[in-house]
Write a protein of this length. Structure first.
Length: 214
């Protein structure tokens, strides 16, 4: 317990840093994921190609490499942002590719007759997708989206290697202070467990309220 009680402020700072990264990157991933899923099923060929390239590139790029690309590449184009914002961009964009594929699988579960009925009423593609298809698709994919965001929370640990304040990075300071590495990582693991269980509990509530009965 000494590791935690004597360094509670350090753990708290790292914990809150991970929570912030997770929340902001999750919001970005959901927005981009919805957008790319829309592109993947759009009637416009250029949109489908863009969505396919986005998903293919990001799903097959190591997250660490993506961090390097964002942190070192964007400043070359004059885009200079705080390291935390760079980390949010890297995590959000990376996870959006997985959110997109989860949503696309949900879209495929919606009967085609739903879209045809909407179009027969004069609704545009955007109206059909936003008001008819995506709401039903989202209801069917709540659990896998939750699992994807839990993975995002754990992936946020990579940000510590790029000067971003987060939970895993606290071990460096504590190791320099001579604390037991075992207990240092034990309390770090507890912190991640709290975050992931919270996300799991939230999506369990959403599934019970909005999910499709199996």
């Amino acid at each position: 317990m000494d590791v935690l009680t004597e360094n509670f402020s350090l753990y708290a700072k790292g914990f809150l840093g991970t929570v912030e990264l997770t929340v902001y990157a999750s919001l970005l991933a959901l927005v981009l994921g919805f957008l790319m899923a829309s592109f993947r099923v759009a009637p416009v060929g250029s949109f489908r190609v863009f969505g396919t390239v986005w998903v293919t590139v990001l799903r097959n790029t190591p997250l660490t490499l993506l961090f390097f690309a964002v942190l070192l590449g964007l400043p070359r184009f004059g885009i200079v942002l705080p390291f935390q914002l760079f980390a949010v961009l890297a995590l959000g964009c990376y996870t959006s590719a997985f959110i997109c594929e989860v949503l696309r699988s949900g879209i495929n579960t919606v009967p085609k007759g739903q879209g045809e009925a909407a179009r027969s009423l004069g609704m545009s593609f955007g109206q059909t997708l936003g008001a008819v298809v995506l709401p039903q698709a989202f209801r069917s994919v709540i659990p896998p989206i939750g699992s994807t965001l839990i993975a995002l929370a754990k992936n946020s640990a990579i940000a510590g290697a790029f000067s971003v304040t987060e939970l895993l990075g606290t071990y460096k300071t504590l190791n320099e202070l001579g604390y037991s590495i075992v207990w240092t990582f034990f309390w770090i693991a507890v912190g991640y467990l709290i975050i992931t269980l919270s996300i799991s509990a939230l999506f369990n509530v959403l599934e019970k309220r909005y999910g499709v009965a199996r």
